[in-house]
Design a protein around this ligand. Sequence first.
Ligand code: NAD
Length: 351
Amino acid sequence: MKLTVNLGKDSYNIYIERGILSTAGDFIRKVFNGQKIMIISDDNVFPLYGNTLLDCLGEYDCHTLVLPHGEPTKNFQTLPSVYSALLDARLTRSDLVIALGGGVIGDLAGFAAASYLRGVKLVQVPTSLLAQVDSSVGGKVAMDLPEGKNLVGAFYHPKLVLIDPDVLDTLPQHFIADGMGEVIKYGCIKDAELFDSLCSHDSFESLKPDLTDVIARCVDIKRAVVEADQYDKGERMLLNFGHTLAHTIEQHYNYERESHGVAVGIGMYQITKIAEKKGLSAPGCAEKIRKALDIYGLPCQCGLPLSTLTEAVTLDKKNLDGHLNVVLLKEIGKSYTYPTDVSFFNGDNNI
Ligand SMILES: NC(=O)c1ccc[n+]([C@@H]2O[C@H](COP(=O)([O-])OP(=O)(O)OC[C@H]3O[C@@H](n4cnc5c(N)ncnc54)[C@H](O)[C@@H]3O)[C@@H](O)[C@H]2O)c1
């Protein structure tokens, strides 16, 4: 299946197909006629899929950089060693960087490609569910600073994205659930049919035969939102449904307890429960979200007093002027932004 992100001279194709990794060379040849390629990956993904990719790039001069897996690798301190590897391989501006991995590798390799020699070509080969449905599309690349996540970054579009759903067979269950948080989010904000189809299964295993279509649907929603708002000034904000509470939950536990997708799930359910009480979401929405989360092994609460989280929302740099835009659902599949302030979350219950 082929989707095109239409962004004028920055347009690119996304191919979603089982087994596409072993024919990646055919697609890469169409967007890259240089000599040298640097494949950046991590130490979980490269041993599993590195050779499959290398085997179909036989005619190129391929180099590899395999980094430790996990978020700490996205730290800004990693960058000098990445630039050194690119320099050691003598990559020039007409060469290519391929990101083979999850969102950490996609963001890091993307940022390195955006900044090395003021920009070299980038191809994204996302291997986690989250990276396939979210981070590999949209052009946001970033690194973490000690002060916070994603504080240094750029908008830098790849020349091509290759999505192989088969690689998810080796993705640990915990990261599958994490990605499903984002998949459910797409259904909530834009696509009631997708949401209903997710709810018609009883587990991820039973969803698997439909996975290519589900990923394609999510990517297509992200494509449309990105085309409408490339630089994140309006429509793209809808992608943040569930994220206001999610970020404060993740921060509260120092990113060590709830993973992002889990926190987004809790955030989507809890904000919709509040919105329903205020008459801002159709009755029954929160319960539908709870059921969907449950099917895919995601919780809908974390036991924290809401007051602890409202304090964190108040202190968040983005909300310092007191205004807060939250994303709400009119009903499943229809989202909108609602300008409010932190009192929106007032309450004495645990969430
Ligand atoms: N750029 C964006 O628009 C955007 C959007 C959302 C998230 N992100 C970023 O994405 C990152 C999270 O991404 P993630 O959840 O993919 O994390 P990740 O890259 O750490 O991958 C999760 C884990 O799965 C392993 N893995 C990946 N694919 C595998 C496979 N096929 N088989 C076996 N193991 C595999 C990785 O080695 C890692 O241990 C965060 O840094 C976040 O900020 C970026």
